[in-house]
Design a binder for this molecule. Structure first.
Ligand SMILES: NC(=O)c1ccc[n+]([C@@H]2O[C@H](COP(=O)([O-])OP(=O)(O)OC[C@H]3O[C@@H](n4cnc5c(N)ncnc54)[C@H](O)[C@@H]3O)[C@@H](O)[C@H]2O)c1
Length: 280
């Protein structure tokens, strides 16, 4: 069994880590070797922390790291059984990658997307194997969060669904089946709350700290919505809101203008050092 992960960012690195932890031969790809190595370094740091905390042994850390192989070209996916794509949330890019994978991979290979909101059916239409295309929506941080939303496109076969369900369990996750609608369940519900919290900042109703404090203390949320938005990445939050706005043709999903402004300014949250909060 071999898995090929595309995108070594916040999500892709985490997905590669849990795959390798499950003893699966794992390949990690990105647009340059530097990005791949940065992703692997992030995994190493997390694993070293787990060794220090006594959660895993140093030998286990080395085994996991040696199970992740950098892959500079998509052509390296040709013999893999499953590809999990985790590049940025842009439909044109995902379709282009899936169309290329369709020609590169063996006919049995399942092609999965970790998209947060984009239609799996539309991504699958870029291939000649829509029955083998599926959504595997991991949560951040991947090594910690147990959920995988498994999204069936219009043509996804029962066999593909069954294989992905089994594999998700092997990776230590709990798969939950969802239909192919914009935002699925997780983001259809979550992003509405985040967007509303951003509107509250925009309208000056309370400070980001105040809003987060209210949701943590009053609703028992482990993180406030703005802290969570920074953690997800404000560009990703905007892409998801735009997908839902277009997908449902309903104004209730309109992204807050302040969110657009932050993204245009390059304030993407934790990953860029500044969002609703600042980071070292
Ligand atoms: N951030 C979250 O909390 C979260 C949660 C679930 C799902 N997702 C989804 O996961 C995907 C990735 O999100 P992220 O937060 O990891 O983003 P990110 O910006 O941290 O990482 C994206 C990575 O993709 C790489 N990339 C871009 N174009 C590429 C290409 N053509 N080939 C290979 N690699 C390429 C980038 O270099 C970058 O390393 C998105 O679809 C997002 O919606 C994100």
């Amino acid at each position: 069994m071999a898995v090929f992960v595309i995108g070594a960012g916040q999500m892709g690195a985490g997905i590669a880590q849990v795959a390798a932890q499950a003893g699966i031969e794992t390949y990690l790809n990105d647009i340059s070797e530097a990005y791949i190595l940065k992703g692997i370094e992030k995994i190493r740091t997390l694993l070293e922390k787990n060794v220090a905390k006594g959660k895993i042994s140093a030998g286990e850390k080395d085994r996991i790291l040696s199970g992740i192989k950098p892959a500079l070209s998509l052509d390296d996916a040709k013999d893999c059984d499953l590809v999990i794509e985790a590049v940025i949330e842009k439909i044109e890019l995902k379709q282009e990658i899936f169309s290329r994978l369709d020609k590169i991979c063996k006919s049995e290979t399942i092609l999965a997307s970790n998209t947060s909101s984009l239609p799996i059916t539309e991504i699958a239409a870029a291939t000649a194997r829509p029955e083998k295309v599926i959504g595997m929506h991991f949560m951040q941080p991947v090594p910690v969060m147990s959920l995988v939303e498994v999204i069936r496109g219009l043509a996804t076969s029962d066999e593909t669904f069954g294989s992905v369900e089994e594999l998700s369990k092997k990776m230590g996750k709990v798969p939950v089946e969802v239909k192919d609608v914009p935002g699925f369940i997780s983001n259809r519900v979550l992003q509405m709350m985040i967007n509303e919290a951003i509107y509250c900042v925009y309208e000056g109703v309370a400070s980001p700290e105040g809003i987060d404090e209210i949701m943590k203390r009053g609703m028992n949320h482990p993180m406030g919505p703005l802290q969570l938005a920074d953690f997800i990445g404000l560009d990703t939050v905007l892409y998801i809101m735009e997908t839902m706005y277009k997908g449902y043709c309903d104004s209730k999903y309109r992204p807050c203008p302040l969110l657009r402004q932050y993204v245009k300014a390059g304030w993407l949250g934790r990953k860029s050092g500044r969002g609703f909060y600042t980071y070292q």
